[in-house]
Design a protein around this ligand. Structure first.
Ligand code: GLY
Length: 361
């Protein structure tokens, strides 16, 4: 089954499958040259490379592989340059198709390289984590981190295909499953009360990544993201910014602690609780919804509060994120499950009061 991302000439499909068997057919339908340049991590290739490479080679693909170290620090300008140099040496490839085979770091880095090499070559997202399958691989945000800020150099550059092989998630460590679940909970809050209720009633099988449950989660999440991106590809109208529910505090927590203490999903789990509490504080949201959200996050094994961290450092990071458009933090507030608003216009005293409850030394 597949879900369309409708963006005119840049439209593409998000495929959900249980293997890579139909990948060559999907690529053939795009009329791409059969010359692939796979960007991945060594460990992913050792575990799952065979499953990807065998059907492609059988279908006549010539493949080159390049690996990068497994760390956020690989999403750097230096690494992009290294990859671009490698790519420029692949003289035999007329038009290389970049195949991003990994999680968020690989997708963002390889997509960025594809966006600038010869002013843009095709790339395909082959995400291997739950978080990447429901979020980072879709929507064309590609980029690298600069030394002082994450994701500051990048582009909107859409992949030609996103191919989600759900079976690849079977070996995903529990902490990474939880991290992906945080983004799925986010979709439930911002756009899909039925998905939220499904998580509440099926959480154990979702955490176990039971195949039928995980397909429901991925399909519903991808449909939401595809719809949002189709309406606001470049985050120009505020619609795409809704996807940042939980990210204002989440990003600040990650940056204040050097991206080492929490996974992205853990940081945004805390951020979602704080944003929902702020919505209650501003009398937009019923406390019952906040309680349901906190309970779900706890049951998913995710944190609801940030402890043993300097409030001052986090507060600074919330207030001075270099990505803020008007120099003020943007919050995504909840009115009810499935309905959120994006605003910069909030009394700072209320924000501080709420954050003091969620960020404690
Ligand atoms: N992860 C948020 C976005 O793609 O806009």
């Amino acid at each position: 089954m597949s879900i369309p991302v409708r963006l005119g000439d840049c439209s593409y499909e998000i495929v959900l499958s249980d293997s890579y068997a139909s990948l060559p057919r999907r690529l053939a339908a795009l009329n791409l040259p059969k010359e692939g340049w796979i960007v991945s991590h060594r460990s992913i290739l050792a575990r799952d490379g065979h499953a990807l490479i065998t059907p492609l080679r059988r279908a006549g693909w010539t493949l080159r592989v390049v690996t990068v170290p497994e760390s956020e620090s690989s999403k750097s300008w230096t690494m992009a340059e290294r990859l671009l140099t490698d790519l420029s040496r692949q003289a035999a490839m007329r038009v290389p198709v970049v195949l991003a085979f990994g999680g968020g770091v690989i997708g963002d880095l390889a997509g960025f390289v594809a966006s600038v090499f010869r002013r843009g070559v095709p790339y395909v997202q082959l995400p291997t984590t739950l978080l990447a399958q429901v979020d980072s691989a879709l929507g064309g945000k590609v980029g690298v981190d600069l030394p002082h800020a994450k994701n500051l150099a990048g582009a909107f550059y859409q992949p030609r295909l996103v191919y989600n092989n759900v079976a690849i998630l079977d070996s995903l460590p529990l902490r990474q499953r939880r991290s992906g679940l945080a983004e799925i909970i986010k979709y439930g809050v911002i756009a899909d009360p039925t998905l939220f209720a499904y998580l509440e009633t099926h959480l154990p099988v979702c955490l176990a990544l039971q195949r039928s449950a995980v397909r429901v989660l991925i399909e519903r999440s991808c449909r939401i993201k595809a719809r949002v991106v189709s309406h606001d590809e470049r985050e120009a109208t505020g619609r795409r910014a809704q996807l940042n529910f939980g990210h204002t505090l989440g990003h600040a927590l990650e940056s204040a602690t050097g991206y080492t203490r929490w996974t992205h999903g853990e940081a945004i789990a805390i951020g979602m609780c704080a944003a929902a509490a702020l919505s209650v504080e501003l009398r937009r949201l019923s406390p019952t919804v906040l309680n349901r959200l906190e309970r779900l996050i706890q049951r998913a094994g995710l944190p609801t509060h940030a402890r043993k961290v300097s409030f001052q450092q986090v507060w600074q990071a919330v207030r001075y994120d270099k990505k803020f458009i008007h120099g003020r933090p943007r919050w995504v507030l909840v009115n009810r499950l499935g309905h959120v608003v994006v605003t910069e216009d909030i009394p700072q005293a209320a924000v501080r009061r709420v954050l003091k409850r969620y960020v404690t030394p």
